[in-house]
Write a protein that binds this ligand. Structure first.
Ligand SMILES: [Mg+2]
Length: 373
C-alpha cells in the first residue's frame, strides 16, 4: 500500500453561538490518499496551516539526514508511521507549524490503518476500556449568576463533572467556585482551569480555597514555563495541579516530571503531534505514577482522536466535552455525546470513526489544495 496524494479543503469559518469562547477561523479538512482508494481524513483547526501542510509534504529529497533514513510522504507505506514522522520532524521541528502539521499527518495515518484493518483506532492501539466519564468543559461568563446557571444546566443534561474557566481575577474566581459548589452539591466533580492567569501568590490562595471546596483538579494556574513556581505550588497543595497542554515538544514533559512541577499532565494532539505523540506522553506519565488528562476541546475529529487515546490508556480519568454540547460540530454527523450516566462511548466505525458529511464540506469549501494536483 502506498500514499499517492494529499488534498485539503479549506472551509469557511464556522459561526459560533454566543456562548462559544472561540475565534472564528477557517478550518481545513485533510485527506491523505492511497493507491487502494482508502483515505485518511482529519480536520485542522486552523486552515492557516493548510497551504504549508501541502508544501511540507512535497519534499522529495533528503535534507540533513541521510537518504537511507529519509522517506518522502508520497510513495511511503502509510503503516510506516514512526519512519515517516521522524523524517518529517527532522525536516521541520524548528518551525512553529510543525506539531500541528505532524498531528494532521499522524491522525490521517492512524485513520488509514484503522480503515485497512476495519478496526477503531483505540482497539488497534490496545483497548483498555469501552467508555469514559465526561466533564462539561464550560466557557467564561460575565457574572457569578451565569456560572451557576450554566453549572445547573450541565447537571440537568446529565454531566457528573464540570470544569470551570473562571473570569481570571483571583478573588472573583474564588466567589465563582464557592457559588458553583453550593449550587451543584458535593456529588458533582469540579475542576478549575484559570488558563495561566495567576501570579504565584494568587495561585496559592485560589488553590487553598478550592481544596476546601473539594475540587478534583487545578489546571494551569501558572504559565507552563514557570517550572519553579509550579514545583513550589505542587509541594504546598494537596489538590492535583495539572499542566502541559501548550507544550510543543515532548521533551518539555520530561522537565515537568523531573522538576516535580505537575501532579498530572495535560496534553493536546495539535501541540505534540497527534495520537502517536500523545501515547508517548501518556505512557511516560504512567511510568511516573501520574495521570495524563487529555484535552479534547475542539471539533469532532479532534474529540475523536483524543477519545481513542483515552480508551487505550489507563491513566486518564475524564473526556473533556465542550459545553454547550455540539458547539464545535462540523463536517460530520458522527458526533460524540454522553449517555444518561455521563459517559462517552467508544466509536464503532473503523479508523477515527467519522464519516464526512460531503454535502456540508462541499458547501463550505473556500478552496482546495492538492498534491500531486
Ligand atoms: Mg486548559
Amino acid at each position: 500500500m502506498k500514499i499517492v496524494g494529499v488534498k485539503v479543503h479549506v472551509l469557511m469559518p464556522q459561526e459560533f453561538g454566543e456562548e462559544a469562547t472561540r475565534i472564528n477561523v477557517p478550518a481545513a479538512l485533510i485527506r491523505i490518499q492511497t493507491d487502494e482508494g482508502i483515505e485518511g481524513i482529519t480536520m485542522l483547526e486552523e486552515a492557516l496551516y493548510a497551504e504549508e501542510l501541502v508544501m511540507k509534504f512535497k519534499v522529495l529529497r533528503k535534507w540533513l539526514r541521510s537518504m537511507e533514513e529519509f522517506i518522502p510522504l508520497i510513495g511511503a507505506d502509510p503503516f510506516d508511521r514512526e519512519r515517516i514522522e521522524k523524517s518529517f520532524w527532522d525536516q521541520y521541528f524548528f518551525q512553529r507549524s510543525a506539531p500541528t502539521v505532524l498531528c494532521a499527518l499522524d491522525e490521517c495515518l492512524w485513520d488509514i490503518a484503522g480503515k485497512v484493518l476495519n478496526m477503531p483506532i483505540y482497539k488497534l492501539i490496545g483497548a483498555y476500556r469501552e467508555r469514559i466519564l465526561a466533564f462539561a468543559s464550560t466557557q467564561s461568563y460575565s457574572s457569578v449568576e451565569d456560572y451557576v446557571r450554566v453549572a445547573e444546566r450541565c447537571v440537568e443534561e446529565g454531566f457528573k463533572a464540570i470544569k470551570i474557566h473562571p473570569p481570571r481575577y483571583w478573588r472573583r474566581d474564588i466567589e465563582v467556585c464557592r457559588a458553583v459548589r453550593e449550587a451543584v452539591g458535593d456529588d458533582i466533580v469540579l475542576m478549575l482551569d484559570p488558563f495561566h492567569a495567576y501570579s504565584r501568590y494568587e495561585a496559592l490562595m485560589v488553590g487553598r480555597e478550592i481544596e476546601k471546596l473539594g475540587f478534583y483538579w487545578y489546571e494551569d494556574p501558572l504559565p507552563t514555563t514557570d517550572i519553579e513556581g509550579l514545583a513550589k505550588l505542587c509541594s504546598k497543595l494537596d489538590i492535583q495541579v495539572l499542566t502541559g497542554e501548550d507544550i510543543r515538544d515532548l521533551y518539555g514533559y520530561a522537565e515537568l516530571i523531573v522538576r516535580r512541577a505537575a501532579d498530572s499532565l495535560r496534553c493536546v494532539d495539535v501541540n505534540v503531534g497527534g495520537i502517536t505523540a500523545m501515547l508517548k506522553v501518556a505512557h511516560l506519565a504512567e511510568i511516573f505514577g501520574m495521570n495524563c488528562e487529555l484535552h479534547s476541546w475542539g471539533h469532532p475529529w479532534q474529540q475523536a482522536a483524543h477519545l481513542h487515546v483515552m480508551l487505550a490508556i489507563r491513566n486518564c480519568s475524564f473526556f473533556e466535552m465542550p459545553f454547550p454540547v455540539g458547539i464545535f460540530d462540523q463536517g460530520t454527523r458522527d458526533v460524540i455525546r454522553i449517555d444518561g450516566d455521563g459517559y462517552v462511548h467508544a466509536p464503532r466505525k473503523p479508523g477515527l470513526g467519522l464519516d464526512v458529511d460531503w454535502d456540508y464540506v462541499e458547501s463550505r469549501t473556500i478552496k482546495t489544495i492538492s498534491w500531486p494536483s
